[in-house]
Design a protein around this ligand. Sequence first.
Ligand code: M6R
Length: 606
Amino acid sequence: MCGIFAYTGKKESLPILLDGLTSLEYRGYDSAGIYMAETGSVKSVGAVENLKLKIKGDEKGKSGIAHLRWATHGEPTEINAHPHHDAKEHIWVVHNGIIENFKELKEFLTKRGRVFLSSTDTEVLAHLISYYLDEKKNFEQAVIAALNDVKGTYGIAVSYKNEPEKIIAARQGAPVVVGIGDGENFIASDPSPILRYTKDVIFLQDGEVIVITPSSHLIYKLDSSQIKRDKETIEWEVEQARKSGYEHFMLKEIMEGPEVIENTIRGRLIVEEGLAKLGGLEMVAEKLRSMKRIIIVGCGTAYYAGLVGEYMIEEYAGIPVEVEVGSEFRYRKPLIDEHTILLAVSQSGETADTLEAIREAKRKGVLTLGIVNTVGSTIARETDAGIYNHAGPEMGVASTKAFVSQLAALSLLTLFLGRQRQMSLSTGKRIAEEIKLLPEKIKQITDKKEEIQKVAQKYSEARDFLYIGRKYNFPIAYEGALKLKEVSYIHAEGYGAGEMKHGPLAMIDEHFPTLAIVPSDSVYEKNVSNIQEIKARKGKVVSVVTEGNKELDDLSDDTIKIPKTLEMLSPILTIVPLQLFAYYFATTKGLNVDRPRNLAKSVTVE
Ligand code: M6R
């Protein structure tokens, strides 16, 4: 997600702000900006280097705020880059997160004569704070009043032209760290830009507001009561801080699963009506109602997400779905008519094969949709409509958090399409309720990471691994195997469990282990039979099972337990232990899981 940084102290702030942004660059971003009360703002699209080129050299001031933007609302343009300001250019805000009720707030403010310049959700914050200043509140009171009106997530830093020494920051669902220095204080999205100045920090909690000056810091709650919090000393190195203390981005991103699902579904579920509200599909909703066939395209992990989507949409929305890898779609003669739509799934939004499939479909007059993580990416721009994942930038080459968010987005789409058709209110409600519970259930799995680490270490000498699953978890067998292949470089194969006796069973012996995905679902008994066949050939089996299952404790060599959920949502849980398994398997071998050999994060060539 976006990165915020702020400084107030005795030094010239410009080099400190630029250094801060450079330290946050690893988070991924598409535009950058700074504001210093004495000389105003500078913004640019692209790298921090572009921002530096726009600096004239006469920018001055002992405090300032800075931002790296990773677009969520509005394209990555200079006008949408932060900091955003009110009409008088007195209040300046940098923000990481999403203001869910920004449309209502914008309407309220527009009616009161405020004019908006950008298409961001953040700009409402600047106008709202300014509105409360006009209502005779002081700076602190105005910020707190505005935050009480806001729904959504934020990590913000606010600067007020008339009180340049003071910076106000606040947190709700997006991290804010406060660096406590000697005659200087800092705000940042993570400790990495602060550590070179001070190791003393305060991690702000949700619902807290902090007011910093060079020599003070005061913490408030949203009811304006003041609270005390001791600073803590962190001994992390900068690199560790970027990974929130984890050793690798891959582990950090797997552990972010609960938060990622929260972000993907936020504001998109109306549980009591069993509905999914997908703003990005509103303008094509009528076309989708009459659509009769979906072709999903994607590559690698995104393709496997599409395969899960096929099961979901066919079962619950009753629409025939085909899934195709991007690199094949354009080389055959797809049979398309006016009732067919193409849905592209892509984390980066830049994958050449997927993009070319979209272009080919558009040439044939097909409506194209995207499930894309990167706002403003080529696929996001070239598709007719779509759903953003809001998973935040993914740094590890092996896709983990993007996959769970793609599955969550597909479950929302299934609900959306299903309720346009035959899906009953009660089925819709059940799905919506279960989707809401997913973050907590993922957390129950990630909390057991040490257990999964032990299992992975036990098998880390294996040269081959077979992954099996059925129905919704058939694609998860593919995705689990892909994770192991790409980070550990060993041979891993995903197979439909029912296909075992049509060939792969020949490979099984005591040196060829199997990872079986066997939640308690409609195909459970069939899977158990396949595991028995493997055991009869002396194959070792690690089973991913639903909590409470005792049968497979006896039958398998190792079991990993996951919470119960709806069958259609089970892949969102079963994949998490497989991601952790691949991570620990590879790190036990000392491999660089974040940068596997021969691979690139974004594949922009065919
Ligand atoms: O950015 P995309 O989702 O379009 O990328 C597609 C694949 O290149 C990607 O999922 C790749 O397979 C990952 N390395 C898998 O972990």
